[in-house]
Design a protein around this ligand. Structure first.
Ligand code: ZN
Length: 118
């Protein structure tokens, strides 16, 4: 059971179940002034917060309307509403990818012989 209800702010559409999951994931992202694409229906999420207002959602059909709305209302505050697509489907992914640095497996360790004096 989901505790979140998402509605397109222009046509009252509701996301399909998979998109609903994507939208719920964006709720926990702590961010400020960012667009996110919620797949697979490709809803647009606006994470405003602070001066950019509350989070806003738009269905695929109205994502352009949401962008226009935000630029109209918040465009003077800062550069965030002017960001151009493609938008990320999830924030913080690049941070996670960076952790997958492969460690060399010991081959670079010098193979010293034992200290003869011991
Ligand atoms: Zn809509």
């Amino acid at each position: 059971m989901s505790s979140y209800i998402f509605r397109c702010q222009f046509c009252d559409a509701k996301p399909d179940p998979l998109t609903q999951v994507s939208l719920e994931k964006t709720v926990v992202e702590v961010t400020f002034g960012a667009y996110i694409d919620a797949m697979p229906e490709k809803w647009l999420v606006w994470h405003g917060h602070g001066p950019y207002g509350p989070p806003r959602y738009a269905c695929n059909e109205h994502r352009g309307d949401l962008v226009a709305y935000l630029r109209n209302h918040y465009g003077a505050i800062g550069p965030h509403p002017w960001k151009k697509p493609p938008y990320p489907t999830k924030l913080g992914r690049s941070d996670r990818a960076e952790r997958k640095v492969s460690l060399g497996k010991g081959s670079s360790m010098p193979n010293w012989s034992k200290n003869p004096s011991s």
